[in-house]
Design a protein around this ligand. Structure first.
Ligand code: PMP
Length: 413
């Protein structure tokens, strides 16, 4: 059984008070909280076997190496990668996507080639492609967003052609919560011989994800959004493609032989991990994956669907005052609720909720083309859920929202 009260006990921060009120943490799409087990993994490493990995011959180094590589295997199993060689450790989703842009794309795309992405991307899946477009004359095309907050894939034929080399899109939108149609987009990409990059920053932490079943070539995600520490992320690359990719950064660890004028590269995936890696945080991400596996990702998804259904229903009371975003169909909706109050700036709303101990996010959510240009707002407010959130917390959010709306409406008249 999915026991939220028990889960909450694993997260020390959830018993904190903010301005004298119990913390209600609803900013999980920005970063999640960490369970004791993850924090303990960091302490265990630094207290018990802190040491550099790979070349060491002493006991501490061998233990660190073993645990570091075990974490890689855990993550490979978690996303169904087939082999741990397909898992490259990076800092975060942003670095993962930059790695693909700076290696595979630089080597394989030429002037006039095309990349298809969407209007609902996080900047980290947009700005790296813009650089390539400017420097190499690559054409960027965008799948539009419907009024329901889904991708409009009715005109894929006009957006894809023989020059399309990559289709890069988010699995789940960090603004709308939309779970995008990977199957349709991947099939269409394959038909034109294009590769597929999935931004899994919002999907991997919240639902079962199997990269082989999704048939993507690249998948990027961040440890800090899935109960792991900051500073550790993952790039999955299909091994047949990784084999042909040049290194991203160059230096120690990523080489096999070095002469004064030349060098050969280490085995996969170490060829892409130059310098001393983020050992502690990688091992702790392994602990986060253990934690999520024990909860069972289908249960995680089910719990969040339930909370989201409850939130959408509760928000109906406020429909006169709020504009809501994202699809209503919970089969294609993750635990993210973005909204805009007609009478209150999202930042004021965020500040008032904070006074009640409720943490939400207000801003453009690093998706300006979507929020500013498509939704027509400088900012929206966003509540995002995880395994430890409860319906009572949604009630508190709605109550605090009502109060804030009353306060600002009173001032407006
Ligand atoms: N893509 C999506 C969909 C995201 O939600 C985020 C984080 N908000 C990112 C990419 C970037 O993640 P990071 O900042 O960890 O690189």
């Amino acid at each position: 059984m999915f026991d939220v009260a028990k889960i909450r006990q694993d997260f020390p921060i959830l018993s904190k008070t903010v301005y004298g009120k119990p913390l209600v943490y609803l900013d999980n799409a920005a970063t999640s909280q960490k369970p004791r087990q993850v924090i303990q993994a960091l302490v265990d490493y630094y207290e018990g076997y802190n040491s550099n990995v790979h070349r060491g011959v002493h006991a501490l180094s061998m233990e660190a190496t073993q645990r570091y590589e075990e974490a890689r295997q855990k993550i490979a199993d978690f996303i169904g990668a087939g082999s741990s060689e397909a898992v490259i450790f990076v800092r975060n989703t942003t670095e993962a996507i930059n790695l693909v842009a700076g290696t595979w794309a630089v080597a394989n795309l030429k002037t006039g080639d095309e990349i298809l992405t969407t209007e609902m991307e996080h900047h980290s899946n947009l700005v790296p492609w813009q650089k390539l477009a400017k420097e190499k004359g690559i054409v960027l095309r965008f799948v539009p967003v419907t009024d329901q907050g889904t991708l409009d894939i009715s005109n894929l034929d006009s957006l894809l052609n023989e020059r399309t080399r990559l289709v890069a899109f988010n699995h789940m939108s960090n603004v709308l919560g939309t779970i995008n149609p990977v199957d349709e987009l991947t099939r269409a990409a394959r038909a034109k011989g294009a590769l597929v990059l999935l931004d899994g920053a919002q999907s991997v932490p919240h639902m079962p994800v199997n990269v082989q079943e999704l048939d993507c070539d690249f998948m990027a995600f961040s440890g800090h959004k899935m109960m792991g520490p900051t500073g550790i992320g993952v790039l999955y690359v299909k091994p047949s493609i990784m084999d042909q990719m040049e290194p991203f950064l160059r230096g120690g660890e990523m080489v096999k032989q070095v002469w004064l004028e030349d060098a050969t590269w280490n085995d996969l995936p170490m060829k892409f991990e130059a310098g001393t890696p983020n050992i502690a945080d990688t091992i702790a991400l392994g602990a986060a994956v253990d934690y999520l596996q024990a909860l069972d990702m289908s249960q995680v998804r089910q719990h969040e669907t339930q909370i989201t259904a409850y939130a959408l229903e509760s928000f109906r009371e406020l429909k006169e005052d709020l504009e809501m975003y994202g699809p209503e169909d919970l089969n294609i909706r993750g635990g993210i609720v973005s909204f805009y109050a007609h009478d209150v700036h999202p930042h004021d709303l965020g500040t008032m909720l904070d006074r009640e101990g409720i943490a939400i996010r207000a801003g453009h959510h690093c998706a300006m083309p979507l929020v500013r240009d498509r939704l027509g707002k400088a900012a929206t407010a966003r509540a995002s859920f995880y395994v430890y959130n409860t319906e009572e917390e949604v009630d508190q959010l709605v109550e605090a929202l009502k109060q804030a709306l009353r306060f600002f409406k009173g001032r407006a008249t």
